[in-house]
Write a protein that binds this ligand. Sequence first.
Ligand code: ADQ
Length: 470
Amino acid sequence: MTELTGPLVVVANRLPVSRGPDGWTASSGGLVTAMRPVVEQAGGAWIGWDDDPDGVPDHVEGLACELLPVSLTKAQVRGYYHGLANRTLWPLFHDLIVHPVIDRRWWRTYEEANQRFADRIAEVVEEGDRPPLVWIQDYHLLLLPAMVRSRLPDVPIGFFLHTPFPPPELFARLPWRDQILQGMLAADAIGFHTPQYRDNFVRSVQQLFNGIAVTGDQLNLPDGRRVRAVDHPISIDAAEFGDLAVSGPTEADLAELREQFAGRKVFLGVDRLDYTKGIRHRLQSIELLLERNPELRGKLAFVQIAVPSRDDVKEYRDLRTSVETEVGRINGRFTEPGHDVPVHYLYRAVPRESLAAYYRLADVMCVTPLKDGMNLVAKEFVTVQAAADGDGVLLLSEFCGTSIEFGDDAVRTNPFDVESQSYLMESALEIDEADRIERIQRMAARVRDHDVYRWVTDELDGIQRASAQP
Ligand code: ADQ
């Protein structure tokens, strides 16, 4: 585990807590779990937008970290979050799957909101007795490293981007491209999921600014500062998912599912309902598969679990309508009276045990995003399958970070080619059992070796080393 010389201040758009029927609890995501031991040892705080009308508590049980909310006005939330972050940067960083909207008012609120986060960080540093390490997360806060650096020149600052970084010719379309790169370059270390995103970033910097020399992973800036740009693939808490896979509640849920889907091959999709995830293309491939193979009708079920996401953004509401239309059309086409439907569509988040039960049930897990920074669902699936000696097949898009790590152990698909994808779905059912088991075990071993604890350690060590260099 990383030994920090001072406390850790994590800064992200959201705080790592959620309010359920029993009050506030720590979020169950891998990032929070992995950071818990570091924060407990070093002390720390988490700064994030306070998006609850009644406010967020400053501590929750089981999370040894102070919660420091940043308040934003309604107009700031509209412009910064729903606007620039989710309708400009998100589509641009995902290779223009939908058109990014360019709106100068949103940009101004994005600057204002980033400034609000910077104010909060400055307060924390002024109140503390030791300088912290500031670790900033994701595309909502691209300007923040520079805002912090100008007020606190000596504080170690790290930035991690959870989305892809686009090729320079796409990034160059952004009117605020220079400000964004300058914002990021004020960090000591900038982390990306893959070497490709890192290289895209470095090439953008070289094309848009003069006088920056690159040696290895180091960028030497004209003012003498050095910045490290690194690739650190994020991951999951593999041990925890392994335990979850064979826990009592998972086994109980699985027994019910097995009964429900007896005699059928199960294809599964688990995603936030986002246009980057390739859900519509996946449904079209399933439709082609059923069209071509009448003998599979009644013998194949496709379960799509979609978590509601960003439903105050128009593109997401439109996506929901078109996915639901597609599901209805396929079921209308292939359901026989008195028999079950081929597509089971759940528009909700499911509890973790239930998610693990679906992962165990699946014969073919379809992780087919059009573009995805990493994709943790694929890592969760192989981990759960391997822990229960499963033999499921992973159908994995070429266009996600996970694909680089799993190579040919997954069946690799180009989701834009829906017809080929439907043939790959068919061929996934023909891989022999011993091969399927070996593939799952190899992919799970990779996740175990590169779990989320390793990601946190690599990131924090990298930031400390980069900030310590002369
Ligand atoms: P996301 O786009 O949210 O993350 P992903 O990495 O797949 O995508 O993580 C989704 C998480 O939500 C998984 O842990 C999954 O278990 C959970 N989840 C999905 N559907 C669910 C459901 N119906 N019910 C319950 N839980 C569900 C962004 C980037 C990714 C990057 C991560 C981390 O877009 O590319 O991998 O951040 O950096």
